[in-house]
Design a protein around this ligand. Structure first.
Ligand code: HEM
Length: 336
């Protein structure tokens, strides 16, 4: 059974790992089937230069912090992974205007940004009756796939199988990826080669090592699992490893659901969410294309250029180079 299944027969293949995205607007491919639309529209880079230009590092008027941003990145990883490139690769160019201050500083007029189209369900995209459908390789439910992955084999590499906990190193941290679980490990741009996958933390989502802030949430929920498992063990000393593990997993999932719905969403949207009144079989549980590719990426516009860190006494911690803030682009998983 695929993770996320066993819910509602009416939507039996929806919201599970590797399901196609949901539609909330008709597709508008150039040919109605699969070709990229918008070739006659302004380049996305031109639009972002016009629309997204502004000063970096401005404080939030609503007192939101970087925590909101990176919690949001975790939420997106929890419910979505639909933009990985397909096979065979389909490459396009995003036009860069001559003298673009970032990408064409020498005014060559010959710069462009590479763009890879997202993978799709190969049984679609062949006729107007069945336009191309992208695939979400995560479950769209908030079911802890960020913490436990969507595969039993994967989570098994993380489990201790002795007391319901996840394996840790001697400091209570997640182990490094000695098992070489397929964690995202793109070639480092400045080295032109991939680094060892064993340097990364073994956590439930292939993207968690991407940056230090997202990784902090990965470690936080990993440790929360172990904390809850230890409590369950104390309360039920006769329980097996499996019983303790599943109890802790349920509580971690409930924690995630609670924080996402009743703390994160109101802070992100500036609006409250109605209390849960029970399961609604008529609500489509999948993620729509518009939400995946545009609306929820709104979070990208909130990403700060760097992060301040504090020690246990609340003093600012300096980076190895003596700076106050940790520059995000210098700390990608591909760079460490
Ligand atoms: C430093 C912070 C972040 C980085 C470096 C980052 C980076 C990325 C990258 C590289 C992708 C794949 C892009 C593509 O291939 O199309 C992506 C996708 C996405 N990001 Fe972010 N992101 C960050 C924060 C956020 C935040 C704060 C949100 C929302 C609150 C968000 C929402 C999304 C969504 C919805 C997708 C599409 C996911 C998918 O379908 O695979 N991201 N992000």
């Amino acid at each position: 059974m695929r993770p996320g299944m066993n819910r509602e027969l009416r939507f039996k293949d929806v919201g599970v790992a590797a399901a196609t995205d949901a539609e909330d607007a008709p597709p508008s491919y150039a040919d109605g089937v699969y070709m990229m639309a918008g070739q006659d529209r302004p380049s996305p880079r031109k639009l972002s230069r016009i629309l997204m230009k502004g000063k970096d590092g401005m404080p939030s008027r609503k007192n939101r912090t970087a925590l909101l941003v990176f919690f949001g990145q975790m939420v997106s990883s929890e419910i979505l992974m639909a933009s990985e490139m397909g096979c065979p690769i389909e490459m396009h160019k995003i036009n860069v205007e001559k003298c673009d201050e970032m990408y064409d500083a020498d005014c060559s007029g010959e710069k462009y940004m590479p763009f890879y189209r997202a993978g799709y369900d190969a049984t679609t995209g062949q006729s107007p009756n069945m336009p191309r459908e992208q695939i979400n390789s995560k479950t769209s439910w908030i079911d802890g796939s960020f913490v436990y992955s969507t595969s039993e084999a994967w989570v098994n590499t993380m489990r201790s199988f002795s007391n319901g906990t996840l394996r840790t190193d001697e400091n209570g941290m997640p182990p490094r990826n000695k098992e070489r679980v397929p964690i995202m490990n793109k070639p480092s741009p400045h080295l032109f080669k991939t680094l060892s996958p064993e340097r990364m933390y073994l956590l439930g989502d292939e993207r968690t090592n991407q940056n230090p802030a997202l990784l902090s949430f990965g470690i936080l929920f990993f440790r929360w699992h172990n904390k809850v498992a230890l409590r369950a063990q104390e309360e039920h000393p006769d329980w097996s490893d499996e019983e303790v593990f599943q109890r802790a997993r349920r509580i971690v999932i409930a924690t995630l659901q609670n924080v996402i719905m009743y703390e994160y969403l109101p802070a992100f949207l500036g609006d409250t969410v109605d209390p849960y009144k029970g399961y609604r079989p008529d609500v489509h549980p999948g993620i729509s294309h518009v939400f995946q590719s545009a609306a929820f990426r709104f979070g990208h516009s909130m990403i700060p250029p760097g992060l301040y860190r504090r020690d246990s006494q609340c003093n600012y911690k300096r980076t190895v180079s003596g700076d106050l803030a940790l520059r995000l682009c210098a700390t990608w998983g591909t760079r460490t």
